[in-house]
Design a protein around this ligand. Structure first.
Ligand SMILES: [Zn+2]
Length: 294
């Protein structure tokens, strides 16, 4: 067990249990202007420690750990969320990221719970090439799960991973290259949705900005980092961030934009359902979870 010095880790936070209890149906649906937005959970994983993966800064982990404790979040075991999203614009049904796939992935079950099948999805947008975002592209036989969908991702992100000879990318993305539309910053994904270049987590990571009338929402993908630490500490970065300097610069930019424009945000790894707003707090920011409506 790797643990920052001086932290009390013996007791689990109240409300957490060793055995998983079943809750809800794995989706959260709400309106954004004329659009219907659905966060579709790919499930959670519990295990390991928060640090260093979720706060890699050397020498800062005791400080970060105290913040988690003050917010009643256990340092270990760390529970991770996976929050893909469907945005139904009335004309298109766009899935943002596909979850882990395989035996862990729960996206398809929860999509069905929300009344949708993979065949209903006409566009899949991939924020970046990590396995927890592209694993759900294929089934066990390697066939395309979203067979009717136009596929969209950033050109720079595709080029980077295609040069890496990465097994997951070679399996889940490369075989469908001809179906992909490759985009750059500001390009339209479908009417109402644009790609936002948000580098640092990966070289060509892209978030999605959805606009309906005066209403805006940004799905951060992994550019949003951790829902407490990345907002409270402007220099905080993840062990998964390929370029910490770019990742923190991107976070500052999108948090500032979200706060100034009062837009809704979704974090792919934020605490379920990962939907809320960003406001400024002192010299940094704060994530305010949405008011959950049944
Ligand atoms: Zn991720």
């Amino acid at each position: 067990m790797m643990m920052a010095a001086g932290l009390h880790v013996g007791a689990r936070a109240q409300g957490t249990t060793t055995a998983a209890l079943t809750n809800g149906a794995g989706f959260y649906r709400f309106k954004l202007g004329d659009f219907t937005c659905m966060v579709i959970s790919d499930g959670q994983s519990t295990g390991g420690n928060t640090f260093p993966n979720w706060g890699a800064n050397p020498g800062r982990q005791e400080e970060f750990g105290k913040v988690l404790q003050a917010n009643f979040i256990p340092i270990e075991p760390f529970t991770n969320n996976f929050n893909p999203m469907v945005i139904d614009t009335g004309k298109n049904k766009v899935l943002i990221d596909t979850g882990r796939g395989g035996t862990n992935g729960q996206l398809l079950q929860n999509l069905r719970n929300a009344g949708l099948t993979p065949a209903d999805i006409d566009t899949v947008f991939i924020t970046h090439g990590h396995g927890d975002h592209i694993g759900g592209m294929t089934d066990a036989a390697g066939a395309s799960v979203f067979a009717n969908a136009k596929l969209v991702m950033g050109q720079q992100e595709y080029d980077f991973w295609a040069s890496q000879n990465n097994a997951g990318f070679n399996r889940n993305i490369v075989p469908f290259k001809d179906r992909f539309t490759f985009v750059k910053d500001g390009d339209e994904i479908v009417p109402g949705l644009t790609a936002v270049h948000t580098p640092g987590h990966t070289a060509g990571h892209m978030a999605v900005l959805a606009t309906s009338g005066t209403n805006k929402l940004m799905h951060f993908g992994d550019a949003g980092g951790h829902f407490l630490l990345s907002l409270m500490f402007p220099d905080h970065y993840l062990g998964f961030d390929s370029n910490p300097e770019n990742a923190t610069a991107t976070r500052k930019k999108i948090f500032e934009m979200a706060a100034n424009e009062r837009m809704m945000v979704v974090g792919y790894h934020y605490a379920w359902p990962g939907v809320g707003n960003i406001r400024k707090k002192d010299a940094a920011y704060e994530f305010v979870p949405t008011f959950f409506r049944f």
